[in-house]
Design a protein around this ligand. Structure first.
Ligand code: ATP
Length: 345
């Protein structure tokens, strides 16, 4: 278990982490989300005593990190996959870690097998691809067989097979009763992996809730209906006191009434339905809705120097994607193009 109490970090003028109080519990995967610069890495560094809090505390199983007798056997972390001696082979890198932490040598071979690097164990890590470097970093985190695991952007650079592998690895580690804390900007992946979410924005706690509740609380859920007898359906709905909104493409959208109830109502009136589907927003939509106010870095929709003819054309020109399903768009820009600091932009 990891407990944060009023955790705060100031770098000069910048309040990077602002009074975070939350608990990361064992037995589940906890996702750590926040826009760029929200303070995720700083928080994780403070958890590992790599950065000193300005105020507040972090307790790892009830102790400060520096009080832990066998830190690597208690907490395994992947923070920066590039932070290793590139001249050493993967095997020697892990061996050094093992020897300096009293971990049996045999464990090196085991974790190399687990992460799929056994065949390149003798190769120097500076020749590794981004994904191989991530796997080696994950091997380092697993080396001490710790009960607590922290991964900062673990899927960065991994191929689809690798992403699938780390997802299952994290779920299995949690199922064994371990504490798994993971940050990622890949919302679709996070939605498949995490059971619980801690969301921060500009260093402050925005949400600490289950995945299902987070999506429910931060997005709209509704039922979509389509019928060849749309006018009669509207009358029937109105007669039952149900408000429906007609969309441009002729669908009806109904808030606040279950799909089953709507289906039964239609059946009672012998109405043909071509669609009756509950719609739940994605994690990405819910995340953007919640964090819209605390996004510090915004992308321009148009390439530098080019005046966009219209918003849509400008967005298309740089391949920026609007949030799916009409979720909250970032103020003043799309997503994915060259990041610009808001204050300077
Ligand atoms: N060593 C440092 N010195 C000064 N400012 C720092 C330092 N480390 C982080 N910051 C600032 O603290 C804020 C939080 O940074 P941090 O890297 O923790 O955010 P993050 O949520 O991990 O971001 P990202 O998603 O982009 O990785 C940022 O404004 C960053 O510029």
């Amino acid at each position: 278990m990891i407990e944060l109490q009023g955790l705060t970090k100031r770098y000069g003028e910048k309040l990077a982490v602002d009074g975070l109080t939350c608990t990361v519990r064992p037995g589940i995967v906890t996702g750590f989300l926040g826009p760029n610069g929200a303070g995720k890495s700083t928080t994780m560094r403070m958890m590992l005593d790599l950065d000193r809090p300005t105020h507040g505390t972090v307790l790892i199983d009830g102790q400060h990190y520096r009080q832990l007798k066998d830190p690597l056997r208690t907490v395994g972390a992947l923070l920066d996959a590039k932070a290793m001696h590139g001249g050493r082979s993967a095997h020697n890198h892990l061996l050094c870690l093992a020897q300096s932490n009293g971990i049996p040598k045999a464990r090196v071979r085991e974790v190399l097998d687990t992460v799929g690097l056994a065949s390149v164990a003798g190769k120097r890590s500076k020749g590794f691809s981004l994904g191989m470097g991530q796997r080696l970093g994950i091997a380092g985190a697993l080396l001490g067989d710790p009960q607590i695991l922290m991964f900062d952007e673990p899927v960065n650079g991994l191929d689809p097979e690798g992403i699938h592998w780390i997802r299952n690895l994290m779920k299995n580690l949690a199922a064994q009763g371990r504490t798994v804390f993971v940050s990622s900007h890949l919302m679709s992946e996070m939605a498949l992996t995490a059971d619980h979410l801690i969301v921060i924005g500009q260093g402050r706690l925005l949400a600490d809730t289950s995945m299902a509740d987070f999506i429910k609380q931060n997005s709209r859920s509704y039922v979509r209906l389509r019928s060849p007898e749309v006018e009669r359906l509207l009358d029937v709905l109105a007669g039952a006191g149900v408000t429906a909104v007609t969309t441009e493409d002729g669908h009806l959208e109904v808030d606040g009434t279950e799909a089953a109830e709507l289906g039964e109502l239609a059946a009672r009136h012998r109405l043909v339905l071509h669609e009756l589907s509950p719609q739940q927003a994605s994690l990405e939509e819910a995340f953007m809705q919640l964090t819209a106010e605390s996004v510090e870095y915004h992308a321009h929709t148009a390439p530098p120097g080019a005046e966009a003819v219209g918003t849509a054309a400008g967005a298309e020109a740089v391949g920026a994607a609007a949030p799916p399903g009409g979720g909250a768009a970032p103020p003043g820009g799309g997503w994915g193009a060259g990041w610009q600091k808001k204050k300077g932009a």
